[in-house]
Design a protein around this ligand. Structure first.
Ligand SMILES: Nc1ncnc2c1ncn2[C@@H]1O[C@H](COP(=O)(O)OP(=O)(O)OP(=O)(O)O)[C@@H](O)[C@H]1O
Ligand SMILES: [Mg+2]
Length: 250
């Protein structure tokens, strides 16, 4: 199958100035191309720059140097309004800190990305959001605001919100970090299913080998450098087997 590049990073660096005036090089010369239908996992130690990289892939943050293109268009040449539209239409983020709106119901949170859509997508937003909440197993909690939900329930609301607009690019930062093995397996299956239904690209940051094993390609971020890594085949089969068992038992 021919894979069409969706988002591409070329020589991306990210530096920040620390309060003591020293410069922190978070990312150093990252090259990465992610195609429609691709599934990439990224691992790396805490503080290695994974979330920073994901924010750049999702066009929420700009690199210090290097370029980002989306469907062949250079992001740095786009104005803010165009960029907001492009991101809203095409990128689904599962943030590490969930970033849900407090005081708003789960349904309102999940329907939020659709409130910027037009026509049928807009008018059907509550029904579509309710369906997505059902798929993450929260149909009984659609009226509850995040502060009344457990960490894992909030994570599932955040995942429903990321998927509700069927984005072309799904970026998930530790999507199962707050979930038990069974719920995590079910949620990853949902991410995979929605991604393949829409031929979306999925980039997953994870510390969980079961989650990493679901990806087609694997990378490690270390000292600001991104390198491809192989998941050992035997380990990969064991990890997938464990997921299948967990799902069969669910
Ligand atoms: N705006 C900023 N100003 C200063 N330092 C920053 C900024 N953003 C990120 N950093 C630093 O850059 C490094 C990478 O941060 P990042 O959040 O990308 O790490 P991470 O790999 O996602 O870590 P974790 O696994 O803990 O989530 C950290 O040392 C962080 O403190
Ligand atoms: Mg992070």
């Amino acid at each position: 199958m021919e894979l069409v590049t969706l988002v591409e990073l070329d020589g991306v660096t990210k530096n920040v100035l620390l309060p003591d005036d020293s410069r922190l090089e978070i990312l150093r010369g990252i090259d990465l191309a992610v195609a429609a239908g691709d599934h990439v996992s990224i691992v790396g130690r805490s503080g290695s720059g994974k979330s920073t990289l994901l924010n750049i892939l999702g066009m929420l943050d700009a690199p210090s140097s290097g370029s980002v293109s989306f469907r062949g268009d250079l992001v740095q040449r786009m104005g803010p309004a165009k960029l907001d539209r492009l991101r809203g239409r095409n990128v689904g983020f599962v943030f590490q800190q969930f970033n849900l709106l407090s005081g708003r119901s789960a349904l309102e949170n999940v329907a939020m990305p659709l409130s910027y859509a037009k026509g049928r997508e807009y008018w059907s937003r509550n029904r579509v959001a309710a369906e997505m909440l059902d798929r993450v197993g929260l149909s009984h909690r659609i009226e509850s605001p995040p502060e009344q939900l457990s960490g894992g329930e909030q994570q599932r609301v955040a995942i429903a919100r990321a998927l509700v607009r069927r984005p072309a690019l799904i970026l998930a930062d530790e999507p199962t970090g707050a979930l038990d093995v069974e719920t995590g397996g079910a949620v990853m299956t949902l991410l995979d299913d929605i991604a393949s239904e829409a031929d979306a690209a999925l980039v997953t940051i994870t510390h969980d080998v079961h989650v990493a094993a679901r990806a087609r390609r694997h990378y490690r971020l270390e000292h600001g450098v991104l390198s491809p890594v192989e998941l050992d085949l035997a380990f990969r089969e064991t990890a997938l087997g464990a997921i299948a068992e967990a799902e069969a038992g669910a």
